[in-house]
Design a protein around this ligand. Structure first.
Ligand SMILES: [Zn+2]
Length: 305
């Protein structure tokens, strides 16, 4: 069963509802990492939020959500492409161990230095175009609150989020008021729809998003409403790191540097920054890196005296 994201629209076209419940994707995100529950919760919620927001971007490219601060955790980062492939990781502050417990505020907002950052990066930019970056102070006790604060501060669509994560699942529900133009309902009626959508979502119990499949959840919340359902989209884990990419990075370091590492450590070990996948190159692998780059004998014949 693949991980899916589903979108619905209230009948009057004024409010959008989206749900996501990730299992495989979330397990893969943790494959090479050991996150304690408090960190799992924060990163998993950010992963669910990134999928929900990326599902609405109108360009081909990526959406990045980052929480960075001065606590024991330096950075939580999720990168989600417009095709809903994503990767995510946690960076611990130098000199700190992975914290075993804590809240978003205690782990990331020491000295009020915490920031919530959103980057939208179209793949094909027109000349001079840069990625869009929005930064707000880290406010609230949860990832959902921090993100709602960001949406409000940057004057985006009125958005509410419910996010949950544990070791097995990362799940989220997004409710968003759509602009009046284009919809059949204006003003007060649309506000009523938004209010109803939120009130019903607020009846969710603490672990209901984690334990309930999407269809059951939507039926449970909105069985009295008429929702227009869209084709589900697949969410998947994808980290572009490969042994070949690591090899070309090592090649760019140069033979002298690589030989220094070999002399010191006997082999070269590289861990992907994002997924944590380990790559190891022994002395034979390393000499192979540079053998191919050397000129072929035919191209550089030995001089005969
Ligand atoms: Zn990787």
């Amino acid at each position: 069963m693949t991980d899916q994201l589903k979108k619905y629209l209230f009948e009057d076209h004024s409010v959008r509802v989206q749900t996501v419940r990730l299992h495989e994707t979330w397990l893969q995100a943790q494959e090479h990492h050991q996150y304690p529950p408090a960190v799992q919760k924060l990163l998993g919620e950010l992963v669910a939020a990134a999928a929900l927001l990326a599902a609405n971007i109108k360009f081909e490219g990526s959406l990045v959500l980052q929480i960075q601060g001065a606590g024991p955790i330096a950075l939580l980062i999720v990168e989600c492409q417009s095709d809903l492939s994503l990767r995510a990781t946690v960076k611990i502050r130098e000199g700190h161990e992975m914290p075993t417990d804590g809240t978003m505020q205690s782990l990331l907002n020491a000295d009020d230095q915490g920031r919530f950052i959103v980057v939208l990066d179209p793949r094909r930019k027109v000349p001079g175009q840069q990625a869009y970056q929005g930064i707000v102070p880290l406010e609230g006790d949860t990832v959902a609150e921090a993100l709602q604060h960001y949406m409000k501060a940057s004057e985006q669509l009125d958005t509410r989020l419910w996010l949950q994560a544990d070791a097995q699942h990362a799940a989220g529900l997004l409710i968003q008021r759509l602009p009046d133009h284009g919809g059949s309902t204006q003003g007060d009626a649309a506000s009523d729809t938004m209010h109803r959508a939120i009130t019903l979502a607020d009846t969710l119990k603490s672990d209901e998003l984690l334990t309930t499949d999407i269809d059951t959840l939507i039926h449970r919340l909105y069985w009295e409403e008429t929702l227009i359902a869209f084709e589900p989209a697949t969410v998947r884990w994808y980290c572009p790191c490969t042994r070949e990419r690591v090899a070309s990075m090592l090649r760019s370091l140069g033979e002298v540097e690589i030989n220094d590492i070999l002399a010191e450590q006997g082999r070269v070990q590289i861990t992907c920054d994002f997924c944590g996948k380990p790559y190891e190159f022994d002395p034979v692998d390393c000499s192979g890196l540079f053998a191919a780059a050397k000129p072929m004998p035919e191209q550089d014949p030995p001089t005969v005296h």
